[in-house]
Design a protein around this ligand. Structure first.
Ligand SMILES: [Mg+2]
Length: 333
């Protein structure tokens, strides 16, 4: 059996709240590219590339299209049951196209699972869990509005909330305090400044929010500032989650050696797909570092693939960001 055709379609998912904001900017729209692989015997597999917002990913429908035209030359004629041979070749095209490649990786898993007539989680070795707690993201707003938004999400049953931070210390402390006050003690809170703090500023901020019982602080400093992240971790009691710092499995190894993080955010799209995400999860497990799957948004098909990965991966030790499709307008993909 061979892969006979590769086709794709671009989708723009508009967010219900056009003012949804993190420290890097406002995100009104999420992009995805749906990839369809079909074998010469008519079996079809689908994957979704979580292109997301260009201001975060640097990718676009146009860049995905260039990547997919090149990937098609590798995929057509390839054995759909030999991902070990095909994926490294597709990875050779990955520079600047990690999320597009993640869609291909996902489609190759889906196709193999369908040929074998098993679920993707079975293909990945089988499920180690049947439930996945969801960590929902609360965008930056003034403290009272953010507290209201957070309690609205909690009222829908979500017990893990991640509060986006602006990088302005007093306002951010007020945000965390207001959300904790409004949501009570039963809701788990994490914070994510998306690199907005200096290392010394982050230490002051994390010490100031210590009374509010935050489970972890995500990427307070610049992605490249591994030394700063290690310093923040040494000088604060809030556990540190590395996110933007992790662009590869090698980055994670270096951060772990520097004792710069307590948790690592596995971004399946950012890493180029499930194949690399599994390697990163194994590194976390070997180092006894906690990990979770972070949001690379692109709609429900992206999250379906993420959930197969999470279900199969014992190392994942915290709620995962697989529910952000709720932000998108109803009646969309
Ligand atoms: Mg983050």
């Amino acid at each position: 059996m061979k892969i006979a055709t590769v086709s794709f379609a671009h989708v723009n998912l508009s967010q219900a709240d056009k003012t949804w904001r993190i420290s890097l900017g406002t995100i009104a729209e999420t992009l995805t590219t749906i990839i369809r692989l079909e074998t010469d015997s008519g079996v079809v597999g689908y994957g979704a590339a979580p292109i997301g917002a260009q201001l975060i990913s640097g990718e676009s429908h146009a860049s995905a299209e260039v990547f997919l035209h090149a990937a098609r030359d590798i995929l057509v004629g390839a054995d759909p049951l030999n991902r070990n041979a095909t994926i490294p070749r597709v990875s050779g095209l990955m520079a600047g196209n990690a999320r597009a490649k993640a869609g291909v990786d996902s489609a190759l898993h889906d196709l193999a699972a369908r040929i074998l007539n098993v679920s993707s989680v079975t293909l990945l070795g089988g499920a180690v869990r049947t439930e996945i707690p969801v960590l929902r993201i609360v965008a930056i707003a003034d403290p009272a509005k953010m507290a209201k938004n957070a309690s609205d999400v909690a009222a829908n049953g979500f017990r893990y909330l991640k509060l986006k931070m602006s990088g302005e210390l007093h306002g951010d402390v007020d945000r965390v305090a207001a959300v904790r006050e409004r949501c009570g003690r039963d809701v788990h809170l994490t914070i994510d400044a998306n690199q907005a703090y200096s290392a010394t500023g982050a230490v002051s901020f994390l010490n100031a929010i210590e009374p509010f019982n935050v489970d972890m602080a995500e990427q307070p400093v610049l992605a490249d500032d591994f030394e700063g992240l290690a310093m923040v971790r040494a000088k604060s009691r809030v556990p540190i989650l590395a996110d933007e710092s992790i662009r590869s499995v090698g980055d994670a190894l270096r951060l772990i050696q520097m004792r710069a993080a307590d948790f690592i955010s596995i971004k399946v799209g950012h890493l180029g797909g499930i194949t690399t995400a599994m390697k990163l999860a194994s590194v976390c497990e070997a180092a006894s570092i906690g990990c979770l799957v972070g949001a690379n948004t692109g709609g429900r098909m992206v999250e379906a693939a993420n959930m197969h990965f999470i279900a199969a991966t014992r190392a994942i030790s915290y709620a995962c960001e697989v529910g952000e499709f709720y932000l998108q307008n109803r009646l969309q993909y």
